[in-house]
Design a protein around this ligand. Structure first.
Ligand SMILES: [Zn+2]
Length: 274
């Protein structure tokens, strides 16, 4: 049976309260051997760690999402730092920049400050990062990409050892080919989500066709971004197979090859063994 990994699913989200256990069982039955649940703030990070403790296939990341910074302060950050020592916490995230929901200058500056503090912590912990990035008006390139690349470049250049070689992933990548190439040059991985399956996503598919398979991860971002042909349903990790199928088509490979490559990529980046 093929082995898949979903490196980004928000299983702590309330939309899974009624059937979380079944969702995880369905994922395991579909061949998903590992599910990575990123934190959105201190409480969600705690919930992600609790899921990782309860389910063998679940791993956690901890951090503050750029649109969830209302309670980002030294005390809540300390709580996240404490959680990061848990053996099943494999990354710091999701952290980053979001200029889609946040327009105000000071608030954007605060996002960059929170990002830099969390990157510094990831370096201290020697753990990779899961990066969220969204442009104003969902543009392909703009201030968010430019600011993010500046911050990531400075950070990556300060790293050493295996973290410099695999510093993290740009989750649900939605930028230009140029941005992708800059991220690849900084040794980042790129996450591919459901929108790659959308009818109007030719430009995205053209970009993904030019990216090396050894640096792609498949992610559902459950419960959001449901792929075709289940776009009208709540997204869940077992649907990662639809994303694998689309990447197989784009790269003229078999779904089995995509499963093997992306699962190996995730194991390399998050160092969770085989
Ligand atoms: Zn997310």
């Amino acid at each position: 049976m093929l082995q898949f990994t979903d490196t980004h699913c928000h299983l702590d989200y309330h939309k899974f309260n009624a059937d979380r256990e079944e969702v995880i069982q369905r994922a395991n039955a579909a061949g998903l051997i590992r599910l990575l649940v990123p934190g959105l703030h201190h409480k969600s990070s705690q919930a992600a760690v609790e899921l990782a403790e309860k389910y063998p296939s679940v791993y956690a990341a901890v951090g503050f999402h750029p649109t969830d910074l209302e309670e980002f302060n030294p005390k809540s950050f300390d709580e996240v730092k404490e959680l990061a020592h848990h053996p099943k916490v494999v990354a710091i995230g999701e952290i980053g920049i979001d200029y889609y929901w946040v327009k105000e200058k000071e608030a954007r500056a605060f996002q960059r400050e929170a990002l830099k503090q969390q990157l510094a912590f990831a370096k201290e912990m020697h753990k990779p990062v899961i990066i969220h990035m969204r442009e104003e008006n969902d543009a392909w390139f703009g201030e968010a990409s430019a600011d993010l690349l500046t911050i990531l470049e400075e950070w990556q250049k300060s790293l050493s050892g295996s973290l410099a070689e695999k510093p993290g992933v740009l989750h649900s990548f939605n930028g230009t080919l140029e941005t992708a190439q800059k991220a690849l040059a900084l040794n980042f991985y790129l996450g591919v989500t459901g929108p790659v399956t959308y009818k109007n996503a030719d430009k995205k598919r053209e970009i993904i066709a030019q990216l090396p398979l050894t640096r792609l991860l498949i992610e559902t971002d459950s419960p959001f971004l449901s792929p075709v042909p289940v776009r009208d349903k709540r997204n869940e990790p077992s649907f990662v197979l639809h994303i694998a199928d689309k990447i197989a088509e784009i790269h003229s490979k078999s779904p089995a090859e995509i499963a093997e490559i992306t699962t190996a990529n995730a194991a390399r980046l998050f160092a969770w063994g085989d």
